[in-house]
Design a protein around this ligand. Sequence first.
Ligand SMILES: [Zn+2]
Length: 342
Amino acid sequence: MRALQLIEDRRLELVDVAPPPPPAVGEVTLRIKAVALNHIDVWGWRGMAFAKRKLPLTVGAEASGEVEAIGPGVSNLVPGQLVSIYGARTCGLCRACREKRDNLCEHVGGVHGFHLDGFAQEKINLPARLLVPAPPGVDAIGAAVAPVTFGTVEHMLFDNAKLEPGETILVHAGGSGIGSAAIQLAKKIGCTVITTVGSNDKIEKAKALGADHVINYREDRFEGVVRKITRKKGVDVVFEHVGKDTWAGSMFSLKRGGRLVTCGSTSGVSTEMNLMMLFQQQLKLLGSFGCRMENMANAMQKMAAGLVAPVIDTEVGFDGIDAALKRMEGRDVFGKIILRVG
Ligand SMILES: [Zn+2]
């Protein structure tokens, strides 16, 4: 079977690998349907790994698959079923896992596509407990974007930032996969949504997703526009994932007691911070990584109900992956790039 592997930095190859053996106890064999690309793939591709890993490595951190075979002891899945795949190999035994907070697992074995082989391959064996069934009305692409694109954002907005109806939120990079999900999820509960984009052609697209105010950050300082829109009050919540380039402005955009939730740092991992602003303004800084499996199920329920929908930039096959990663790196994307596998 085919697998897309990172051979060395910036070099991906489609290689022939042995298909998985019959599923062991508690496992299923999945036929991978779609893989959604993320910045973590770009980091891996660039070789910006800050963790030990062995190359070659099969890429792909976020995907959906169809159950092909079930191993002994698996009772919650049947062959032919479409599932969304949890992206990390959690232990299932520690307190966090038993409380269904897998992203806080104390013995996590790594993130697929980064530390462990990922999902850009035709078949894979995985523990059934890490698979979330897609409800009727959710297709292979919807299930593929449930773990990172929608699950991460559900966890950030509702578990961590505790976003409430009627609040105002600043969503950075509304054209990114998670930005486009955050706009929709916040708008659907009745928030006022301010977002930033990097080009004027993305403004109408962001408004179509539900953004009330769209700022081109290349033309205006977003923090100044946010102060103006909120009549100098600031927003309740900032949705961060840009990091270095936006951090100071994000803190300045918050109202007193506001919450900043972050899951990424695509522009750089280190920055200076005004600590006086942090304590005097009583800001809350919340780090977020991954999600609970319930976040994936909730996201897919919202898709099935027609409340939110994945925003797809392009779909590619195995042969289009290099161009797709370059496109992502150049921020020339609105929504997700999907790799069709099966
Ligand atoms: Zn665990």
